[in-house]
Design a protein around this ligand. Structure first.
Ligand code: ADP
Ligand code: MG
Length: 350
């Protein structure tokens, strides 16, 4: 139902164009939950925002298409977008909840307003009751409905934003790191609430996170994003147990709930690439222990391995070797930047 084809999004800056989304293809089916993972700066938020065209003012979709049940979203007027797509069909739980709420309006009024703006035959009283209902489902005392955002804790604000995002039963929910700022106990509760409401509404979801252990539990499929590209895509079990891209293997090494030996966390040395006017080649090559000459010069095409398992890596057919070598700490130290210390478990935990 949602089809993203060859999508390219640039941010225009004084130093050149940031290629934040660089040729993304993705299909989201009914009721499906897709995890979108990758380190910070890989283009996850840009991809999500471009789907409802909420990019920063210097951002532009320069290529490709996004269709929802046949409607080309990239060509809609702002008016059509607001009336027919945002909130009702695709809604977003943004990365920073506090900033997304209007500080001078009560939280309840903000939810009521969204409902009334889209449903001309709903009364204010009914909308308010629906808002109270949502509060209850999200575990917020309904008496807090007339509070202002600053009276809410971070966790409550995050849940209120979810109320907003879910108020009109959207077809697709874009949840952008919905729990990253919260403590682990609340994180888990909130993720469960989202999942329950999603099931109840029959919505699909793209769950964005840099934390691979979150997506491994809650998603049908996982898309791994690096340098503006989806470098690997498969069902969650395959991504966790038998990934073929060295970046996925590296990410997997750095999360305690995934690796069998939680004491043996290995981080990927270095940092995600600068995306300004990039050259040809695999963007991961500078950090990849398996990079060969070809990787630096030739951008890898997407190749399909088992059914629905897509990988952009020149060496993806050597999965067994990659998986074996990637599990060794030494592999990630050789030939990489010496200043990049391997992470201790404490580092990765927070
Ligand atoms: N408004 C902007 N102007 C210029 N560059 C931006 C802007 N917003 C994001 N970027 C850059 O785009 C890239 C992708 O960012 P983002 O989509 O936020 O990644 P993620 O959500 O994976 O952390 C990064 O290199 C980031 O610095
Ligand atoms: Mg982000």
């Amino acid at each position: 139902m949602l089809e993203i084809r060859d999508l390219e999004v640039h941010y225009h800056t004084e130093d050149g164009d940031v290629h934040a989304v660089d040729g993304v293809n993705l299909t989201v089916r009914e009721n499906q939950t897709i995890g979108l993972v990758g380190e910070s700066g890989c283009g996850k938020s840009t991809l999500a925002k471009s789907l409802i065209r909420l990019l920063a003012s210097n951002g532009e979709i320069v290529e490709g298409s996004v269709t929802l049940d046949g409607t080309e979203i990239t060509e809609l007027s702002l008016k059509e977008l607001n009336k027919n797509i945002r909130w009702t069909e695709i809604s977003m739980i943004p990365q920073n909840a506090m900033n997304a709420l209007d500080p001078v309006q009560t939280v309840g009024d903000q939810i009521v307003e969204v409902i009334l703006a889209h449903e001309s035959d709903t009364s204010k009283r009914d909308a308010r009751n629906r808002a109270k209902d949502l509060f209850e489902k999200l575990g917020i005392d309904e008496n807090r409905i007339d509070d202002y955002p600053h009276q809410f804790s971070g966790g409550m604000a995050q849940r209120a934003i979810m109320g907003l995002a879910l108020a009109l039963s959207p077809t697709i929910i874009l949840a952008d790191e919905p729990t990253t700022a919260l403590d682990v106990v609340i994180q888990d509760r909130i993720l469960r609430v989202i999942k329950d409401l999603q099931d109840e509404l029959g919505s699909a979801m793209i769950l964005i996170t840099h934390d691979m252990s979150v997506v491994s539990e809650r998603c049908d499929d996982i898309a791994v994003m690096y340098g503006g590209r989806i470098v690997e895509y498969a069902d969650a079990e395959t991504i966790i147990k038998a990934p073929r891209h060295p970046y996925t293997l590296g990410l997997r090494n750095s999360f305690p709930d995934i690796t069998e030996d939680s004491q043996n966390l290995i981080s990927i040395p270095g940092a995600p690439p600068d995306l300004i006017d990039p050259d040809e080649g695999c963007k991961f090559a500078p950090r990849c222990p398996f990079a060969e000459d070809e990787c630096w010069d030739v951008t890898p095409e997407s190749r399909e391995f088992d059914d629905g398992h897509f990988v952009k890596c020149h060496r993806a057919d050597e999965a067994e070797l990659l998986q074996r070598e990637a599990s060794k700490r030494d592999t990630w130290l050789d030939g990489t930047d010496e200043s990049a210390e391997p992470a201790t478990p404490e580092d990765v935990d927070d």
